[in-house]
Design a protein around this ligand. Structure first.
Ligand code: 5GP
Length: 189
């Protein structure tokens, strides 16, 4: 997606050789036109699949998942990183290691929002080592549902996330794949 790549180059900040900051348009302040276009691209790619819900993890995946879900006319469900006191029914949980915070956290999803036999499209802002998306896939499969595909806004192709997810049999579609962040420069694949 050319507009996304242009925005990454003009507004993204290379924090290190493995981390890109996109706070000004994707995961702190949100460029709604850009995110809507991203949602449309995901819809074009996945529209022939059966999709019952779009699933992401709070908080950075929610905007793009919502943009895409409007095209599918299906709900978005996001796994929570802390179990709220109001979540009283049965819940599914799984442990995930955070790439950016280097700590473990528990993903929690209320069982009522994912049903056996459903097809779930997983979506996130970044793909690095694949822990967040794998955790979401674990929740989907534990619920007896199936992963319809994985949509990623920015994949860091020099990290193993995509191959880990593909080895589980999932189709991973990324709008921008970064080959390198070396020398303070974004190089796309
Ligand atoms: P993974 O679980 O694939 O290792 O990492 C993906 C998660 O970590 C995403 O949900 C994203 O929020 C965060 N993340 C991974 N790499 C980056 C990065 O380079 N920049 C930012 N801003 N977040 C990242």
């Amino acid at each position: 997606m050319d507009r996304l790549k242009d925005t990454i180059v003009s507004k993204g900040k290379v924090v290190s050789e493995s981390v890109l900051k996109v706070d000004s348009f994707l995961n702190h302040q949100i460029d709604c036109d850009l995110v809507d276009e991203a949602g449309e691209h995901f819809f074009s790619y996945f529209k022939d699949r059966s999709v019952d819900r779009i699933m992401t993890v709070e908080s950075s995946g929610i905007a793009v998942a919502t943009a895409c879900a409007r095209y599918f006319r299906k709900p978005v469900v996001f796994a929570k990183k802390q179990k709220p006191g109001t979540m009283t029914g049965d819940a599914l949980t799984t442990q995930v290691h955070s790439f950016t915070k280097n700590t473990d956290y528990t993903l929690t999803l209320s069982k009522e929002f994912i049903q056996k036999g459903e097809n779930i499209l997983i979506m996130d802002d970044f793909l690095a080592r694949g822990n967040a998306a794998s955790g979401l896939a674990d929740l989907v499969e534990t619920a007896g549902a199936a992963v319809a595909g994985v949509g990623i806004v920015i994949e860091k192709g020099f990290q193993p996330g995509a191959s880990i997810l593909e080895s589980r049999g999932y189709d991973v579609y990324s709008l921008a794949v970064i080959e390198s962040l070396e020398n303070n420069r974004v190089l796309f694949k």
